[in-house]
Design a protein around this ligand. Structure first.
Ligand code: ATP
Ligand code: MG
Ligand code: FE
Length: 343
């Protein structure tokens, strides 16, 4: 089954063609980073407008890159939420019209479920079950995944997401938006043991997170070292990243141990982090657990992951209705869903 995926929940307009939820025929991502960079964050109204301009060309490009005509597409999968409503509406309405005009089945997909499927696009896609850490710009949680459409949320952040903490620390250091890749790069050149930040483990036996205290600790450090923080940027970044990575890796491997699960998965924009990828690979190997990490291109927002997740819903017979609407917040935590439970 060949699925056209469409994603527009935040500041990337994306379209992709994926066969059988695994084989990427094309994946186009138009990033709006340059639009939002001067503002230090995503400006919703500017984002919606940029999506409107990009959506048509991006879908056409994805079709052209796949070398397919619309007749070859069996179904459409589109992000329904969570995200910015104005942004979601652009992709959602476009997908509805694209499918409806061609008499094709289509289905709305949860953005987080999409992130959790990115690893299925890797050459060494893991078998089920696995424990997955989803760390992105707006969410951080640990999931137990027993199969496509069968997820259990084990724990999540009580305040900021991991990616959000990266973005805020980058902003404090005057490094612009988005901050993840910049901090990651700086951290690689710094000394992680010179400026040590406390690890927000909370209860070590639970799977919840907290990153706002860590963010505040970095802020306080900057305030109390006004003369040196600029020259110490790399060490601050390294200290911050070490604290984040420690917590993420600890919680993920602990969840795998508690669930007696031999494999773990990374998902979300923060899965692109070099320090996190290296530490998880090393610590999982030492613990005899297989670590599966998505290719870099599918960590951040993209439409191939949406097509991969949507494929399973379409296969199960789930169909979107023209009256369906988008949703902004994660008010529909990914449930354990049976084959007849279409959301
Ligand atoms: P969500 O998926 O929760 O709705 P989002 O779609 O905005 O939010 P993603 O696109 O998945 O989030 O990820 C973007 C986030 O990932 C940003 O916060 C960004 O700073 C972070 N990020 C990207 N690359 C890296 C990196 N190398 N290290 C750490 N964080 C990174
Ligand atoms: Mg983005
Ligand atoms: Fe995302």
């Amino acid at each position: 089954m060949i699925v056209l995926g469409i994603e527009s929940s935040c500041d990337e307009t994306a379209a992709a063609v994926v066969a059988d939820g695994r084989e990427v025929r094309s994946s186009v991502v138009a990033s709006q980073t340059a639009v939002h960079h001067p503002y230090g964050g995503v400006v919703p109204e500017l984002a919606s407008r940029a999506h409107i301009e990009a959506i048509g060309p991006v879908v056409e490009q994805a079709m052209a890159d796949a070398g397919l005509s619309p007749e070859a597409i069996d179904g459409v999968a589109v992000t329904r939420g969570p995200g910015l409503v104005g942004c979601l509406l652009v992709g959602f309405c476009f997908a509805k019209a694209w499918a409806y005009g061609r008499g094709l089945p289509w289905v709305g997909v949860d953005h987080l479920e999409g992130h959790l499927h990115a690893v299925m696009l890797a050459a060494d896609a893991p078998p089920f079950p696995f424990v997955a850490l989803l760390a992105s710009g707006g969410h951080t949680g640990v999931y137990y995944m027993e199969g496509p459409r069968r997820y259990t949320l084990l724990g999540q952040t009580r305040d900021d997401a991991a990616g959000e903490a990266y973005d805020k620390v980058a902003k404090m250091l005057g490094l612009g938006y988005p901050g993840g890749a910049v901090i990651d790069d700086l951290a690689g050149r710094g000394d992680a043991e010179r400026i040590v930040f406390t690890r927000p483990y909370l209860d070590k036996t639970q799977f919840d997170f907290s990153f706002s205290g860590l963010k505040t600790a970095v802020h306080r450090y900057i305030q109390t070292h006004p003369d040196t923080y600029r020259t110490d940027q790399a060490d601050i970044a390294a200290g911050f990243q070490a604290a984040v990575v420690d917590v993420l890796v600890h919680k993920l491997l602990h969840a795998a141990a508690v669930h007696n699960c031999p494999r773990v998965v990374l998902a979300g924009g923060v899965a692109a982090n070099g320090g996190l990828r290296a530490r998880l690979t090393a610590e999982a190997a030492a613990a005899g657990i297989a670590a599966h990490i998505p290719p870099l291109a599918f960590c951040g927002d993209n439409a191939a992951m949406i097509a991969a997740a949507g494929y399973h819903h379409l296969q199960a017979g789930c169909r979107g209705a023209l009256t369906d609407d988008v949703y902004s917040r994660n008010t529909r935590p990914l449930p354990a869903a049976g084959p007849t439970d279409c959301r």
